[in-house]
Design a protein around this ligand. Structure first.
Ligand code: FAD
Length: 464
């Protein structure tokens, strides 16, 4: 497929049109220069494709990061796998802080640490979202085949075509590409084009819980709490979490319901937040000097799960990342899953000799069951983090799980381990970690252990 010459033509928005001069390279327009869009640009440029990134925000390198928009993220095995394939994992990890477990804070300020893995060594990585985005954008722009246009907000992709209409400060702009990929996040404008097709089902489920970001300050130049953990203040249907930053601060996220007890409606301003924190999060309150001001200044965000039965139209318009499958953040997997999408799409392009229609069809059918699976697991993990993680019984069950992992290697592996420290497809993780499947694995493991013991005993007798 070659790029079409459209310069000078008038598009549907009746604005100036920019497009590829005729040439050999496929021209891919990626809408959204967020995490998924930038990573995909790197992968496609490696294939010799011409990539135009379009982003509605101003250039983050000059404008800075948006306030209150998840300052840091946990990146784990899936995200690192995608980054290592393009040689970026090491650079990204050099700015990350490993979190080897959860530190639970109770209402009296007492803490308990629970490692994520049986050996206590495996870690998820706290990383600056804007720093990661900048690294990916720089990697994309290092290729002469990639260009980026900021302050270009996609308004629509014209039906039956790859004609993209943008609003820009200079007026409407129309772009004609060979392929359009919507990497434009949970409220994707590209998705609107797909949703309107007959037979496409679409779901948008808001969680009865919103979020707000706050900060724990450094104390005399040191971390207020241990930096190698993800901190959780579980309080039933609500909670706060905190991830460490290299500048010795922690970024906290409150997850509270909009109304009812412990809600953003009840605690609505700085002074009431101070009083509430002193009562419910006492150890955190002591190390949050800007709490009242941050509480009033930072926005409340919504958490949404998006499900769309079709990610592809006409074999040349497709969705990736949150645009295809936004999920709630309680497994720390949204960006990891978005990066996995990129790897799968790249794999499908190889398998189909860069025939986009075949590749996109396989990409959708392979990824959809997996992203549905992580969407469900992420919802379930909210209950685990906000309610169950507070109980001694839960921590005991975690120790038992780790004991089983150590004693029955290859037989018993916990769901957390498979999601965060492997690239086993999410749908397979669900199948392998149902209560029945885990009971079968433990039974098989115990049988193998008993067999080993028996053989050792027989051998021992033979040697006597
Ligand atoms: C509170 C919170 C915590 C999270 N924590 C984690 C975590 O620990 N680990 C993890 O893996 N994931 C986490 N996530 C999820 C993660 O942030 C997303 O899954 C990830 O950012 C998805 O990347 P994306 O590129 O698909 O979308 P986005 O990051 O949303 O990027 C979309 C881009 O498209 C642009 N755009 C939107 N509309 C248009 C338009 N019309 N025209 C042009 N451009 C447009 C946007 O400006 C943006 O730059 C968290 C999310 C939240 C809300």
């Amino acid at each position: 497929m070659s790029g079409r010459a459209t310069s000078g033509a008038r598009g549907p928005a009746d604005g100036p049109t920019i497009g590829s001069p005729s040439g050999e390279a496929t021209h891919v327009a990626i809408v959204g220069a967020g995490l998924a869009g930038c990573l995909l640009a790197v992968y496609l440029a490696r294939r010799g494709m011409r990539v135009s990134l379009f982003e509605r925000r101003p250039d983050p390198r000059t404008a800075g990061a948006e306030r209150g928009r998840s300052i840091n993220l946990a990146i784990s095995a899936r995200g690192l796998d995608a980054l290592s394939r393009i040689g970026l994992a090491e650079a990204v990890l050099s700015t990350a802080l490993p979190m080897r477990g959860r530190q639970i804070h109770n209402e009296r300020g007492h803490t308990a640490f629970a490692p994520y893995s049986a050996d206590g060594e495996r870690a998820i990585n706290s990383i600056s979202r804007s720093g990661l985005n900048d690294t990916l954008l720089a990697a994309a722009l290092a290729s002469p085949a990639v260009s980026v246009a900021f302050e270009h907000r996609l308004v629509r992709v014209a039906p039956g075509s790859c004609t993209c209409e943008f609003e820009t400060p200079a007026g409407p702009v129309v772009v004609e590409a060979d392929i359009v990929i919507g990497a434009d996040g949970a409220f994707s404008a590209v998705r609107s084009r797909l949703q309107s097709a007959p037979g496409v089902s679409y779901r948008q489920d808001y969680l009865a819980c919103q979020y707000k970001e706050l900060t724990i300050a450094a104390q005399d130049g040191q971390y207020a709490f241990r930096p190698d953990a993800l901190h959780i203040w579980p309080r039933g249907g609500s909670m706060m979490i905190a991830l460490p930053n290299p500048d010795k601060t922690f970024t906290c996220t409150l997850f509270w319901p909009p109304t009812g007890p412990d809600s953003f409606e009840r605690v609505a301003d700085g002074p009431s937040a101070l009083a509430y924190f002193e009562q419910r999060y006492p150890d955190a309150a002591q190390v949050m000097p800007t709490l009242a001001a941050d509480f009033e200044a930072n926005p409340v965000g919504n958490l949404v799960t998006i499900g769309c039965s079709s990610w592809v139209a006409d074999g040349r318009v497709a969705l990736i990342g949150d645009a295809a499958h936004a999920i709630v953040p309680f497994f720390g997997q949204g960006a990891n899953a978005a990066f996995e999408d990129v790897v799968e799409l790249d794999r499908c392009l190889s398998e189909h000799n860069e025939d986009w229609a075949g590749a996109l069809s396989d990409y959708q059918s392979r990824r959809l069951p997996n992203t549905d699976a992580i969407a469900q697991m992420a919802l379930q993990n909210f209950v685990e983090m906000s309610e169950r993680s507070a109980s001694r019984l839960f921590r005991l069950s975690r120790s038992v799980q780790h004991g089983l992992e150590r004693r029955l290697p290859g037989h018993y592996v916990s769901r957390y381990e498979l999601v965060s420290f492997s690239t086993i497809p999410y749908a397979e993780v669900v199948e392998r970690t149902t209560a029945a499947a885990q009971a079968r694995s433990v039974a098989r493991g115990l049988a193998a252990l008993a067999g080993d013991l028996l053989r050792a005993t027989v051998r021992g007798r033979g040697e006597d």
